[in-house]
Design a protein around this ligand. Structure first.
Ligand code: B12
Length: 351
């Protein structure tokens, strides 16, 4: 029996009635604060969506016995609302209603466990919610480049952004440094600007699309001719649309002379298993960027082991970076913080 059997059981019950619970909490919210609906068209639908999202994160935290997955999400939500000039009280009130509703929905110890997680979330809002850190804060040469690159993208000037990168590569800076110190940091900074309501979704998409375009143009310089006879299959799990991190990791392996089979975003478990059976990789790399996709990671790992003769399984992505030991909870063989560390770990495995 898994150590976290109770959390898993509670999470399954909540997942089954997720929408009904979300609607119930929303109804309670609007009974108490009817004026909100008059002020804001679509408020009820949005509030139901938000409650589904709260429940999804609560379930992820319960499933893996990791409250930090929920408390970090609450801190993220509070910061997002602060950017929209909505103070933490509205979120706290909503979470209180969710806790009361779950008390009725769940019985006995299950309710106590859910309450414990929700209380931890509430304590986050009561305190000073930390602001997401700035990602480009140094004065080194690549900080200057990263700032210039970000500025060009925010001004809608893809040509200048591209020129800055190629000029730097021509000066001898490695593509690995460009990836980690420029693209990775700039994309995270773009996320921070979106999160704090300083740029819109359209601008965020534009910065991402340009970066993908420029990464593709660097490809002739990435693909190594010297092969090591090692194979990597890499994928983002079903539902996860964030693919650039996994792509960067894959490109690092390619630069190290591995043969790589990158399946991209939102890959169904069956598709990844098929490729693993076909290519017989030494390493299967799996990425998840949000807590709500962790169950899919665990399911893919379990299915890969059940299929027999599994490769070594390496995981990574934001939740693994913020919750120590989470990689073990999903059943992986190892974890790496970023693309550079990933090739070190796989190199040790295959030495
Ligand atoms: C671009 C982007 C998108 C794009 C993705 C497009 C694409 N083709 O990839 C789109 C627009 C689709 C998107 C959608 C959403 N996004 Co988004 N997105 C981002 C953004 C700005 C950049 C992501 C990125 O490429 N980062 C750069 C890469 C290089 O970093 P990385 O992913 O961490 O990868 C490195 C390591 O983590 C590690 N790693 C990663 N994978 C793996 C795997 C292995 C095996 C290993 C070893 C290592 C490893 O190595 C990588 C390279 O060094 C981030 C901001 C951020 N902080 O990252 C938000 C962000 C991830 N998104 C966020 C959100 C909320 C969403 C949406 C829910 C928004 C919405 N309301 O619709 C949706 C969810 C979509 C879904 N179902 O997945 C939040 C998540 C917050 C949270 N608490 O979980 C973030 C953090 C933004 C923010 N600051 O609030 N997003």
């Amino acid at each position: 029996m898994p150590l976290n059997a109770e959390g898993l059981a509670v999470s399954r019950i909540l997942q089954e009635s997720r929408e009904a619970i979300a609607k119930r909490v929303t109804n309670l919210y609007f009974e108490a604060r009817p004026q909100l609906e008059q002020r804001w068209k679509g408020a009820r639908r949005k509030c139901t969506e938000d409650n589904c999202y709260h429940l999804d994160h609560l379930c992820a935290a319960l499933s893996f016995g990791q409250p930090a997955l929920f408390t970090e999400y609450i801190a993220w939500t509070a910061a997002l609302l602060a950017g929209l000039n909505i103070d933490g009280e509205a979120l706290a009130f909503n979470l209180g209603l969710l806790r009361n509703t779950l008390d009725l929905e769940l019985e006995g110890a299950g309710a106590a466990l859910a309450s414990k997680y929700l209380d931890m979330g509430l304590r986050i809002i009561e305190g000073v919610v930390p602001k997401p850190p700035e990602y480009i804060d140094g004065i080194g040469a690549l900080d200057v480049l990263a700032r210039g690159y970000l500025e060009a993208l925010l001004q809608g000037d893809r040509q200048s952004a591209r020129h800055l990168i190629f000029a730097e590569v021509d000066r001898g800076t490695s593509i690995k440094d460009i990836y980690l110190l420029v693209f990775q940091r700039v994309l995270r900074e773009v996320g921070r600007l979106w999160h704090s309501n300083r740029i819109g979704v359209g601008q965020e998409h534009y910065c991402t699309a340009c970066t993908q375009f420029i990464m593709s143009q660097l490809y002739p310089r990435i693909f190594s001719n010297e092969k090591k006879g090692r194979r990597l299959v890499s994928a983002c799990v079903g539902g996860d649309l964030h693919e650039i991190g996994m792509r960067m990791v894959t490109d690092f392996f390619e630069m190290e002379g591995w043969d790589t089979f990158y399946l991209g975003a939102n890959t169904p478990t069956s598709g990844t298993l098929q490729l693993v059976a076909q290519r017989k990789p030494h390493v299967l790399a799996i990425s998840a960027t949000m807590p709500i996709h962790l169950q899919a990671v665990a399911d893919l790992i379990a299915a890969s082991r059940a299929a027999g003769n599994p490769p070594r399984i390496l995981v990574g992505g934001a939740p693994f970076n913020s919750v120590p030991g989470l990689w073990e909870d999903v059943g992986a063989d190892g974890y790496a913080r970023d693309a550079a560390e990933a090739i070190t770990v796989a190199g040790e495995w295959c030495a």
